[in-house]
Design a protein around this ligand. Structure first.
Ligand code: NAI
Ligand code: MG
Length: 370
């Protein structure tokens, strides 16, 4: 079977890390057709749309996508950089990756944080945590108000505790947690734990304060946990969990949480195992998936071929698993492990001077030898 894979390099260092990933993919010789697509700031400026319609169509025709990184800028700068003929037409910049997650319902943001032995950047050597972050709702639902209309202010009259907010100059972002949203991310976390023989799943929320939203999330977790009696489930609060991840990260196998908490805690976890040069993510839904390094376009390094491609190569590994190519995925994982352990080729973040492509070539070479 020939896979069809959309390749979306994007902005800044995006094309460089994708070039590196393709060196590795060529060595792996996956039976796949790679189709490149347009995404990012450049297309906002030229076309007024960072995710052109043709790219969406490409995604509909492919099995999954490998995405580099994009540049995003604040509202006023976005308008200033728009091509002159497109200005004043009411076009608004939006984050294409956030839109992709919503459009393709890529509800699971899966972010492994694994310490490769021998990585000089490891905080501790025995960390191997996989974070399941809900990716479509929570505080990133996109339901926001400013200014707040009188109709919405009416709602505040219902409860004496809300009265102080009436008539204030204020902005509102809604944290929406649905039962369905909670169920599917929590189930994904337990399934992952089961399939990988892991011991524990920790539900990270804040139900003592966010009584309704976190409350629902935790209740759903308790229900689902009943189906997985062999896996231990722990409930923690997000603030304490941040501390415990620093204190004893080796205790945790799988964390599952809502959107914003997951965004923050996964960045924290990634720094325990080498930082953004190592952090990869899968955005996985029932019908499509997008794999990416967690980092952005790193403008400071653009064009220098200096950044670490391991984050993107780990995204390739996750993509192989998603496609069911587990043998190739495991072999690639071993190749990364070996190259990190040997320490001969290191990019700047690891204290070396190897280029982005040198690192990719070394991993490809190791893959071939295994
Ligand atoms: P960034 O992730 O692009 O870079 C921050 C710093 O992290 C870099 O200056 C560098 O020191 C380090 N770094 C990043 N990637 C690395 C790698 N592969 N190897 C070694 N070190 C690496 O974040 P920043 O500077 O806050 O944002 C730059 C642009 O990227 C912004 O326009 C932002 O909106 C966008 N962005 C896009 C994301 C995406 O495409 N998913 C995610 C995060 C930010
Ligand atoms: Mg983030």
């Amino acid at each position: 079977m020939t896979y069809k894979i959309a390749v979306l390099p994007g902005d800044g260092v995006g094309p460089e890390v994708i070039e590196a990933a393709m060196i590795v993919l060529n060595e792996i010789a996956l039976n796949a057709e790679y189709i490149y697509g347009d995404i990012g700031w450049e297309f906002w400026r030229k076309e007024g749309n960072p995710l052109p319609e043709r790219t969406m169509e490409l995604m509909h025709q492919t099995d999954c996508a490998l995405f580099g990184a994009i540049t995003s800028k604040p509202k006023d700068e976005a308008q200033k950089e728009l091509a002159p003929e497109l200005r004043g037409k009411g076009l608004e910049y939006y984050s294409p990756i956030v839109k992709l997650r919503q459009l393709f319902d890529l509800y699971a943001n899966v972010r492994p944080a694994k310490a490769y032995p021998g990585n000089p950047l490891n905080y501790k050597d025995n960390i191997n945590i996989t974070i399941f972050r809900e990716n479509t709702e929570g505080l990133y639902s996109g339901v926001e108000y400013y200014p707040v209309s009188k109709e919405i202010d009416e709602v505040f009259k219902e409860n004496p505790r809300y009265k102080k907010f009436i008539g204030m100059d204020k902005a509102i972002s809604l944290r929406i947690i649905s039962r369905k949203g909670a169920e599917r991310i929590i189930r994904a976390a337990f399934e992952y734990a089961k399939n990988n023989n892991l011991r524990n799943v920790t539900v990270v929320e804040k139900p003592n304060v966010l009584r309704e939203t976190s409350g629902l999330f935790v209740r759903v977790a308790r229900e689902i946990h009943k189906e997985y009696p062999n896996i231990e489930m722990w409930e923690t609060n997000i603030d304490a969990q941040a501390m415990w991840l620093v204190k004893n990260p080796e205790k945790y196998d799988v964390l599952v949480t809502s959107n914003l908490f997951g965004d923050i805690i996964s960045d924290l976890a990634s720094q325990l195992v080498g930082g953004l040069g190592f952090a990869a993510a899968g955005n996985i839904g029932d019908n499509y998936a997008v794999f990416e390094p967690v980092h952005g376009s790193a403008p400071k390094y653009t064009g220098l071929y200096k950044v670490n491609p391991i984050a993107t190569i780990r995204a390739v590994r996750m993509m192989l698993d998603y496609l069911g190519e587990h043998e190739k995925a495991n072999r690639l994982e071993t190749a990364i492990e070996e190259v990190v352990k040997e320490g001969k080729v290191r990019t700047y973040d690891m204290g070396g001077d190897a280029s982005t492509l040198d690192m990719a070539k070394e991993i490809a070479k190791k893959y071939a030898e295994l």
